[in-house]
Design a protein around this ligand. Structure first.
Ligand SMILES: [Cu+2]
Length: 92
């Protein structure tokens, strides 16, 4: 039974690695109210492991994030901005 579980876990892990890919997501960050805000948002997102690039725009109130979806999730990204004081949502 234990062995079976281990096998299943290994299979999932391998599948995740095979499917791992760079993804780009646009986050709506409505709380950015001046030109310094995107700098803070960018810093917070860049610290998330797996994030390779961040482009935050005050004018558009958005952050475009490229990340490795095997290392980071959209959930982690929105949490990182929220922790920095800027709640965000992925743009559909
Ligand atoms: Cu600001």
């Amino acid at each position: 039974m234990k062995l079976l579980q281990l096998c299943a876990a290994t299979t999932v892990l391998l599948a995740a690695q095979v499917l791992a890919a760079e993804r780009t997501v646009t986050l709506d960050v409505p709380g950015m109210y001046c030109e310094v805000c995107p700098v803070t948002v960018k810093k917070a997102l860049s610290k998330v492991p797996g994030v390779s690039s961040v482009n935050a725009s005050y004018e558009k109130k958005e952050a475009v994030v490229t990340f490795d979806d095997a290392k980071a999730s959209i959930d982690q990204l929105t949490k990182a901005t929220a922790n920095a004081g800027y709640p965000s949502k992925p743009r559909p």
